[in-house]
Design a protein. Structure first.
Ligand code: SAH
Length: 212
């Protein structure tokens, strides 16, 4: 099967799985996932599964990327923060939907590789840094949207603080490290609304910057 045919098949699977927002589907269609996965997994780039990207980390399953992106309700004038750059795939998709995308990763080599991919794809509205995403990015706050792509045991308060009123935060939360739920938190004048919308399994959100 050709790459184009595999891609169409994947997009149909995502639609069937509940990704119906046409802007999200278009952003996924325009982002070559094969550029974000290691050489040895090239033939699986358009399968609906997570894949290893080195340093014990993974690129998320496309359906989860689609559902999380859809839940974030990103608008084209928005400033968005992602925690857990990983391969940069999720960041690349978000960057096509918003004005400016900030992304933080605790493994420096992953940041470097992701930046090269952003450059190759001419995604000039992304700023990536190595750091502890649990602390957010106070200098750039507030954010209209925040997405965390590593599992937290509790929602980091710094991220809630750096979310604008009217803002949405999407984050996998779980206590045992294996099973988590995707939480969508909406910050309002009156406080916060919180709903859980999908069981998932992400690598853990860890404090500090990783040692090389
Ligand atoms: N969004 C990525 C997949 C994320 S995997 C993609 O599209 O490929 C989760 C990533 O979160 C891992 O790379 C891990 O190193 C990173 N991570 C974990 N804790 C973190 C923290 N406190 N700050 C920043 N990144 C973190």
């Amino acid at each position: 099967m050709s790459v184009a045919a595999r891609k169409i098949r994947l997009l149909m699977e995502l639609r069937r799985g509940g990704v119906v927002d046409t802007r999200v589907l278009a952003a996924i269609e325009r982002t070559p996932r094969e550029l974000f996965v290691p050489e040895t997994f090239q033939d699986q780039a358009y399968e609906d599964q997570a894949l290893p990207i080195g340093r014990g980390q993974t690129i998320s399953q496309p359906l989860v990327v689609g559902l999380m992106t859809q839940a974030l309700e990103v608008g084209e004038r928005m400033k968005v923060l992602e925690i857990g750059t990983g391969s940069g795939y999720q960041a690349a998709i978000l960057a096509r939907l918003c004005r400016r995308l900030y992304t933080i990763e605790r493994h420096k080599p992953l940041v470097k590789e992701a930046e090269e991919r952003f450059k190759a794809l001419r995604l000039h509205n992304i700023t990536a840094i190595a750091g502890d995403g649990m602390k957010g990015w106070p200098e750039q706050a507030p954010f209209d949207r925040i997405m965390v792509t590593a599992a937290a045991t509790e929602i980091p308060q710094a991220l809630v603080d750096q979310l604008d009123v009217g803002g949405i935060l999407v984050i996998p939360v779980g206590s045992d490290g294996y099973a988590q739920d995707l939480i969508k938190l909406v910050k309002t004048e009156a406080g916060m609304t919180r709903e859980s919308f999908l069981p998932v399994r992400f690598v853990p959100l860890l404090p500090g910057v990783a040692e090389e």
